[in-house]
Write a protein that binds this ligand. Structure first.
Ligand code: 5GP
Ligand code: MN
Length: 330
């Protein structure tokens, strides 16, 4: 599928009102994409609404117009909806469902290989490291000059999804985009500090609870975060606070998974793998999605049933990848 810049530009140029939505449990790429694009389109004179169920996690409040994001979308009509960083319709939550029913057209802008191509116009580029990288290219295509505030939002997505330019999909072109964003005024070090190196004490308490449940079996390391531990840690949402990333550093494991109990009693899976494996197929089979080495899904509980269902699927693919030295980076 070729990327539809012309169709997307035409849709934006002819729209007066635009709704931008992203995926539920938003991360830095979700919020950075939504706000970066929203602010650029506002600079072009568009009437823009942004919405995500539950609103913006406090760590991203420093981004321009974070305080205007609608956390419960219940009214409005738009000429155009743009979904950013969401691989499928369900991921856009209630805000996405409301938006689709009240918008004339939908642009699907995403970088997940598991994208289901919902909507009418596609800006899907699976080799992009973040959805904000695609937005950078789109602004070049428009063309639209990069303001400092937009550059900060786009850099936030680049930094979060590459964990500070450390993932195997980072290319010279990724660093070129980062260079352009820095030149436009995005302070790289400060953004890294804010989104990767800052967490409330409650997150560390969640690690404490999660690490007590840790298990290693057949090259899969796993941990559980219950609603009880979320309450005990006193955190606002059920974020795993990066626990799965810590577990993925275990050299005896090839796959890491965190089972997180939702307030509704379902189980959210955060899965990571060493470079060379592909866990996205398992995530899709479970009704979720993601990338080769970072994927997830939300499945039926309780936790023990979810573990019994998921661990064998992951253990079956936790085999050392057949890569020659130097081949792992692609
Ligand atoms: P995380 O573990 O950080 O929540 O998610 C890792 C990756 O998996 C992200 O790219 C995210 O978009 C994807 N992902 C996580 N949960 C789900 C889910 O329930 N459905 C889909 N489609 N993708 C998910
Ligand atoms: Mn992303």
């Amino acid at each position: 599928m070729t990327i539809q810049w012309n169709e997307a530009n035409e849709a934006v140029n002819t729209a007066a009102s635009i709704l931008i939505v992203t995926h539920v449990s938003p991360d830095g790429d979700a919020i950075g994409s939504m706000l970066g694009l929203a602010n650029a389109l506002r600079e072009r004179g568009k009437q823009v609404t942004t919405a995500v169920d539950g609103g913006v996690p406090f760590v991203f409040n420093f981004l321009q117009n974070a305080n205007t994001v609608v956390s419960k979308l219940e009214s409005g009509e738009w000429d155009l909806m743009i979904s950013v960083d969401a691989s499928d319709e369900a991921r856009t939550g209630l805000a996405g469902a409301y938006g689709r029913a009240h918008s004339k057209k939908v642009i699907n802008l995403d970088h997940h290989e598991t994208n289901t191509y919902f909507g009418d116009i596609f800006l899907v580029l699976s080799h992009a490291v973040s959805a904000t990288e695609i937005i950078y290219y789109w602004l070049c295509e428009m063309p639209h000059p990069l303001s400092r505030e937009v550059a900060i939002a786009l850099m936030t997505g680049l930094v979060t999804d590459t964990i500070g330019f450390r993932t195997s999909n980072v290319q010279p072109s990724t660093l070129y985009v980062a260079q352009r964003l820095m030149e436009a005024g995005a302070p790289l070090h400060e953004i890294i500090q804010r989104v990767l190196e800052s967490r409330p004490f409650g997150s560390v308490l969640l690690w404490k609870h999660g690490l007590q449940t840790v298990e290693l079996s057949d090259k899969v390391v796993s941990a559980v975060i219950t609603q009880e531990s979320v309450k005990a840690a006193g955190v606002r949402d059920m974020t795993d606070a990066g626990l799965v990333g810590i577990l993925n550093s275990v050299t005896d494991a090839l796959i890491a998974v965190v089972f997180k109990e939702t307030p509704e009693g379902r189980v959210e899976l955060s899965i990571r793998a060493k470079t060379g494996l592909d866990i996205s197929t398992v995530a899709v089979a479970l009704g979720g999605g993601g990338h080769k080495v970072a994927a997830g899904a939300t499945i039926d509980g309780p936790i023990e049933a979810a573990k019994a269902r998921v661990l064998p699927l992951l253990q079956a693919i936790a085999k050392p990848p057949l890569v020659k030295v130097g081949d792992a980076v692609s």
